[in-house]
Design a protein around this ligand. Structure first.
Ligand code: 13P
Length: 245
């Protein structure tokens, strides 16, 4: 599963050109998934183009709000996302946590509501540099994962987790494979312990993924996919990453 998170980039022209180039280039072997998360204002346009292309690329939103936050100027609910054909949504991204002060209670509600409305949450967790340097990564990530405790086991089986160390986002400094494996292993064990039944929650890695490091990162059995920011903007680079992963 390879996810393109465009953040606050793009235009109608860029969306259209990306969709047509990427649709042409992607090799969908082994039922690998590609998820495109453009800015919200281009979601419906992107969905229309993907339908016209009969593309296998899935649509994802970068944001969602809790419906109980109503009235909320500028808000978007999971039901609205489903209505325009988005099947996935990023929740808890560190940029949303720091910029709009997205907190654990709201994040938990958004995850639950998205699942109930048929939109799969990609729940982002990750530590900052100070926590990493203080050896607090695992305890911090545990505290972030706690929000999943409100889910039933069947709801939990609809969640995707993305591990995105904040110090690696947009810095060019990706976590090395050994570190990623350690943290992904920790996340998977935490999720296992949360459930009495055997469920598989995919764990993606994000943070300065690029053409040069994607093969090494994805080759780990602990890594189920990639969440890509900057390197997803160029359709050729993104397609090459997808095909190599
Ligand atoms: P970069 O790939 O630009 O580091 O961004 C990672 C990210 O935040 C994806 O959600």
């Amino acid at each position: 599963m390879i996810v393109a998170n465009w953040k606050m980039h793009g235009s109608r022209q860029a969306v259209s050109s990306w969709i047509s180039k990427v649709s042409e280039n992607l090799d969908f072997k082994d039922s690998k998934l590609c998820i495109f998360c453009p800015p919200s204002c281009y979601l419906e346009y992107a969905g229309k183009l993907l339908n016209e292309e009969n593309s296998q690329i899935k649509l994802g939103s970068q944001i969602v709000n809790e419906s109980e936050a109503k009235p909320l100027t500028g808000g978007i609910t999971a039901a609205m996302l489903k209505d325009i054909g988005a099947d996935y949504v990023l929740i808890g991204h560190s940029e949303q946590r720091s910029f709009i002060r997205d907190g654990d209670t709201g994040i938990a509600k958004k995850i639950k509501e998205s699942i109930d409305d048929g939109v799969i949450p990609i729940f982002c967790v990750g530590e900052d540099l100070a926590k990493k340097n203080n050896n607090e990564t695992e305890s911090f990530i545990s505290s972030q994962l706690e929000v999943l405790q409100i889910l039933s086991e069947s709801q939990l089986s609809s969640v995707i987790v993305a591990y995105e160390p904040i110090w690696a986002i947009g810095t060019g400094l990706n976590a090395d494979r050994q570190y990623i494996e350690k943290i992904h292993g920790f996340i998977k064990q935490y999720l296992k312990d949360l459930c009495s039944i055997d469920i598989y929650v995919p764990v993606l890695y994000g943070g300065s993924v690029k053409l040069e490091n994607c093969e090494e990162i994805i080759s780990s059995d602990e890594v189920d996919g990639l969440l890509i920011g900057g390197a997803s903007l160029d359709p050729e680079i993104f397609s090459n990453i997808f095909n190599l992963s």
